[in-house]
Design a binder for this molecule. Structure first.
Ligand code: ATP
Length: 310
């Protein structure tokens, strides 16, 4: 069953339509990514989903039941990590977690705090004040707060914006671990690499509407672009390119120095055939790199603009 389902979500601010029509679902244990440029409507969408903002239209269901914003059971089932840090700077990480554990009336608070410190990689710094943490560590502590009450759905709003590379990696690893433990995750980002690494399915949002949705493979198939295969060869690159060009599925094959690049659909499945053709006349293949179209190309395909231009 889906943990979260929404449809027809809409929010306007005067004449500005922040969210026009957004609908998707997040299955149990699934990590769903909302990928879109700044201002696309990601924060507005999830603010409605976690009950912080009243929608002008649409429906939201949690575990199949209509969601009533602010209701106790919503708070018990959802963990929300906002973009802004919401911690007490003059308390330690452990003291912050203890404060929020009391709000949730957690019975096993001390043990749960230790678990959360472990998941977020903060155990060694647990007894330092939060204002001595780096921005990334503060973000990780904020994620810990959202995890304390073992939510079924964790909602993260661009959690890696402005954090150091080490914390970024710790955040991504923590989200991967959570997904493995059966928690449903809704993750917003404008970083294509994060959506590719973490998300089972991705919804691409632009100007307040979902413009495409699917697994990485499904989205990339929308683009209808071939994979690219780069071969490093010892021998005549021109002869290798000519041999590859004879393989029926190969669209183009070009030689440059010791390299041959060819474009072919579903390259992974065709590698044995490509290597056989490449080595037919005695050339030796020293290296092979297969590159598939990425979510950046999908965004460009469906919106006509690059994700990073915004
Ligand atoms: P970001 O990555 O910058 O957070 P986003 O995809 O989360 O972008 P939103 O913050 O949801 O986008 O904003 C969507 C649109 O709604 C933007 O044009 C924004 O300026 C506008 N908007 C958001 N909140 C308000 C508000 N309280 N009043 C007026 N306009 C708003």
């Amino acid at each position: 069953m889906a943990t979260l389902t929404c449809s027809g979500l809409r929010k306007t601010y005067g004449d500005l339509v922040a969210v026009a029509d957004v609908g998707f679902h997040v299955d149990e244990g699934e990590t769903y990514g909302l990928l879109g440029p700044n201002g696309a409507g990601k924060t507005t969408t999830i603010s409605m989903l976690v009950g912080l903002l009243r929608a002008d239209g649409g429906t939201i269901e949690l575990d199949g039941a209509p969601m009533h914003p602010g209701a106790r059971d919503v708070k018990a089932r959802v963990g929300y990590v906002p973009q802004e840090i919401a911690l007490y700077p003059d308390l330690t990480g452990r003291e912050n977690l203890a404060f929020f554990a009391r709000l949730h009336r957690l019975e096993d608070a001390a043990a749960r705090i230790d678990e959360v410190l472990e998941v977020t990689g903060l155990r060694d710094r647990a007894d330092d004040r939060v204002d001595e943490y780096s921005g990334g560590m503060q973000r990780r502590c904020n994620i810990g707060v959202a995890l304390l009450h073992r939510p079924r759905l964790l909602v993260l709003d661009e959690p890696t914006v402005g954090v150091d590379p080490q914390s970024r990696d710790a955040i991504l690893a923590a989200v991967e671990d959570l997904a493995g433990s059966g928690v449903s995750v809704l993750y917003t980002t404008h970083y294509m690499e994060e959506a590719e690494r973490l998300c089972d399915r991705v919804g691409i949002i632009d100007h307040g509407s979902l413009v495409a949705e699917g697994t990485r493979r499904e989205l990339v198939a929308l683009v209808g672009q071939d994979d690219s295969v780069l071969l490093e060869v010892d021998g005549s690159a021109e002869a290798v390119a000519a041999a590859l060009a004879e393989v029926p599925e190969v669209a183009t094959a070009t030689a440059s120095g010791h390299r041959v690049e060819c474009n072919v659909a579903r390259a992974g499945e065709r590698l044995p055939e490509l290597l056989a053709a490449a080595t037919r006349d005695g050339a030796v293949v020293m290296g092979v790199t297969v590159t598939e179209p990425d979510l950046e190309s999908v965004f460009l395909h469906v919106t006509g603009r690059a994700l990073r231009d915004h």
